[in-house]
Write a new protein. Sequence first.
Length: 143
Amino acid sequence: MADSLVIRREVEIAAPAATVFAFLTDPDKILRWLGTATTEPHPGGIYLVNVGGKNMARGQFTEVVPVHRLAYSFGWDGGEKVPPGSSLVEIDLIDQPGGTLVRFTHSGLPDVEQRDSHEKGWTHYLKRLVVAANGGDPGPDKM
């Protein structure tokens, strides 16, 4: 059952892994696709993002391998079902001809309702990441 509560997504981005990594760790770049952010991308560093200007995601980086891998705890300020730090986001960046494969995993979600809600959100925001990291403008966030 626990594996059924894991979100897995892969997206291809026509940009080098270093560019994609910057869009996952640099607050100025995160703003272009996700929301305002405070990040300290090193183990134990803070992950704080105001997603779409509506909800504050909070966690802590657990693993940082520059341009290859990020992992951080994840949850929502004021969230009863997914409180800060209660789940885990892992992102692997894999070099490919013409760009980078982003392998995204979100685990530790408590139930199907939360998995479905987060899956909808991550699908939306990963599409915005692809556009932004490719040098485009994903436009206003309508999530």
